[in-house]
Design a protein around this ligand. Structure first.
Ligand code: DQA
Length: 147
């Protein structure tokens, strides 16, 4: 049981945050987001483990790990896989852990191919459009979830 642990999983291209299209994604790097979330988690009595991969299978494996460890929640920014991945949809459905979908940008306000999410229907909820603060809002939501 890892009831106080929140996995923060990040998909393709999010390792480039800070330099990647900053007018859309902002200037924060994934490292600065991790530091912000660690401080916030401590204040909430939680722990976070932030990971990033450019490979869909890693994200699937980490979702399974969150399930087998009975984590409190997963915060998932699947990047572009949000719009294509049935494997992530199925993995979220397969685990007994709430998944909170996050995006820095607001995909609904962008190109039509970003309007569909394979994740939203199986996520506990979605938070998007607040830049790095989307992650902070998701961690607050994770802290307030009824177990
Ligand atoms: C994103 C939005 C996706 O459409 C995009 O492919 C990303 C980042 C976001 O955080 O705004 O890589 O998930």
């Amino acid at each position: 049981m890892s009831a106080n642990l929140v996995l923060v999983l990040n998909g393709p291209n999010l390792n480039l945050l800070g330099s990647r299209e900053p007018e859309i994604y902002g200037h924060d790097t994934l490292d600065t987001i991790a530091v912000m979330l660690e401080d916030q988690a401590t204040a909430l009595g939680l722990e976070i483990d932030l990971r990033q991969s450019n490979h869909e299978g890693h994200l699937v494996d980490w979702l399974h790990e969150a399930g087998s460890r009975r984590c409190r929640a997963v915060i998932l920014n699947a990047g572009a896989l949000t719009h294509t991945s049935i494997a992530l949809h199925d993995a979220i459905k397969a685990i007994p852990v709430p998944v909170i979908e996050v995006h820095l940008s607001n995909p609904q306000a962008r190109e039509p191919f970003r309007h569909h999410s394979t994740i939203s229907a199986v996520a506990r909820g979605s938070i998007c459009g607040f830049g790095a603060q989307s992650y902070a809002l998701a961690l607050d939501a994770a802290a307030r979830l009824r177990q």
